[in-house]
Design a protein around this ligand. Structure first.
Ligand SMILES: [Zn+2]
Ligand SMILES: [Zn+2]
Length: 361
């Protein structure tokens, strides 16, 4: 994340991570197993004022940016800002999240370069650190070792975690996360090494200069709209997943964990709205079920890459596995309970394989 001054240097990379705080559900789900782990020690937060001041400026300037969008900007600037927002979101969802943090698919050099470019546009720290924090979030969800522990409240999970020093458990367990796959990826390591040069160029300087140079936008509008406001809105959408995405919504796949299906993000179609599904099946490249559940921008992009032969080994979860999990641990809000359900989407029915069909005489 932005000025994440508290960078953890890697220790030796052990085979066992010792950070497996999240277990598979028992007969009654995981709630009883994890209730003792999922708490905070209530320690006083040590504020990082430089980040707080930066975020106050960015959010105030973004309010001004929204005002400019409503009153002053040229239409080309608005379109440019939306395009940049979309590309940056893909750099996080299809890139840092699904490709590098979870390894839900593999990709060739071209795809990795494209996604690293998009990712640098988003300025949410280098992929290497983003993936480390995110793996830790999945391993230790809702404990003090979770960088954006939602048990500390909505504000902490949303932005507060970047405004104070890390909990010692985050630092300690973070060192144990295996990042050897990322260390073997020269492109990821290149981005990490040159991040403080690449990030300002791609996230702020080019988004400001392009509108000024190509369609005569004013410098102030170009700085406030496609650079700052676009970045700030993107940050808040991703943060929503850590805050509301662990508090508000249904839990169709596992009622005993905090992640939810977040309608707002599902509606946006930028991906990751099915956060309850994602925490249950984090290796699924779609981050959602088949059919209408997986029609979001990153999934479409990954499929395009796969058609070109640039992405491969896409992992997903069978309908049968999803159904079993829904029946075993879901909260009863999953809209489809089985074959023949009235609300079963036609797309899902069409994409279902039926083998050993009964022979009609
Ligand atoms: Zn994830
Ligand atoms: Zn989560």
């Amino acid at each position: 994340m932005p000025p994440n001054s508290d960078v953890i240097e890697l220790g030796p990379s052990p085979d066992t991570t010792d950070v497996l705080c999240e277990t598979d559900a028992g007969p009654k789900g995981t709630a009883s197993d994890l209730s003792t782990l999922k708490s905070t020690d209530g320690r006083k937060l040590e504020l990082v004022w430089i980040n707080i001041i930066l975020f106050i400026y960015v959010h105030t300037a973004s309010l001004y940016g929204i005002w400019l969008m409503l009153t002053t900007t040229k239409w080309q600037t608005d379109v440019f800002a939306v395009i940049l927002f979309s590309l940056a979101s893909l750099g996080i969802t299809a890139g840092a999240h699904r490709l590098w943090a979870h390894r839900t698919y593999k990709a060739n050099v071209a795809v990795r370069l494209i996604l690293l470019f998009f990712n640098t546009l988003a300025f949410q720290d280098a992929v290497y650190y983003w993936a480390r924090d995110h793996r830790l979030h999945h391993k230790c969800t809702d404990t003090d070792a979770d960088p954006y522990n939602s048990k500390r409240g909505w504000w902490f999970a949303h932005i507060g975690w970047l405004c104070c020093k890390k909990h010692p458990d985050v630092t300690a367990k973070g060192k144990l996360i295996d990042l050897s796959d990322l260390q073997r990826d020269p492109l990821v390591m290149f981005q990490k090494k040159y991040y403080l040069i690449l990030m300002p160029i791609f996230c702020f300087i080019l988004p400001t200069l392009v509108p000024v140079y190509f369609w005569g936008e004013s410098l102030s509008v170009a700085w406030h709209v496609p650079a700052l406001t676009r970045w700030c809105l993107m940050l808040n959408v991703v943060w929503l997943l850590n805050s509301s995405g662990h508090m508000h919504g249904k839990r169709p796949y596992d009622r005993s964990i905090s992640p939810t299906s977040l309608v707002f993000l599902i509606w946006l179609r930028y991906g990751e709205g099915y956060h309850n599904y994602h925490h249950v099946f984090p290796w699924d490249y779609k981050g959602a079920e088949m059919g209408r559940y997986s029609q979001d921008l990153p999934t479409i992009l990954i499929r395009i890459f796969a058609r070109l032969g640039w992405a491969y080994d896409l992992k997903s979860v069978s309908m049968d596995m999803v159904r079993k999990r829904v029946l075993r641990t879901g909260d009863g809000t999953h809209p489809v309970w089985g074959w023949g359900d009235k609300e079963h989407p036609q797309e899902d029915i069409d994409s279902t394989t039926i083998t050993y069909k009964k022979k009609v005489k």
